[in-house]
Design a protein around this ligand. Structure first.
Ligand code: 5GP
Length: 120
């Protein structure tokens, strides 16, 4: 699979479409999900062109992976989610229902989140 420069998160990174930005550094951009599934629902994306977790974990440089993971933790902390709890999730591929082919982690929180996987 080849990275598609026209995916929606690539357009957000190029500021061709807007987002509600939460955090940014040299490695990541984080913004509110347009269709939140919990009170707080933030997406964290790497600035590099990685299609999914499989691509990122295999091909990203160690400093990109480190920068990304550190940022996810920092964003959750900045959102005051450490004490109350939060969930992080990455969908890879068809069975997980990945919609956008630019690697992203969801951060959910701000309320009880229910079971880990829907049975419906
Ligand atoms: P996935 O199913 O790929 O793990 O998650 C993609 C997420 O991106 C979904 O939760 C969806 O609501 C969100 N999303 C899709 N398009 C946009 C957009 O244009 N802006 C923002 N902020 N989120 C989006």
């Amino acid at each position: 699979m080849i990275y598609d420069d026209d995916n929606i998160f690539a357009k957000i990174l190029r500021e061709e479409i807007p987002c509600k930005k939460v955090y940014e550094n040299e490695y990541v951009l984080a913004f509110h999900d347009v269709n939140p599934q919990s009170k707080i629902h933030i997406l964290v994306i790497p600035k590099g062109k990685y299609i999914s977790f499989a691509d990122f974990s295999e091909n990203a440089l160690p400093e990109e992976i480190n920068g990304f993971m550190k940022a996810v933790g920092k964003i959750a902390k900045n959102q005051n989610l450490v004490e109350s709890g939060y969930r992080i999730l990455a969908n890879h591929g068809q069975n997980a229902g990945q919609e956008v082919a630019h690697f992203h982690i969801h951060i959910f929180g701000g309320e009880p989140l229910g079971p880990m996987i829907s049975k419906t």
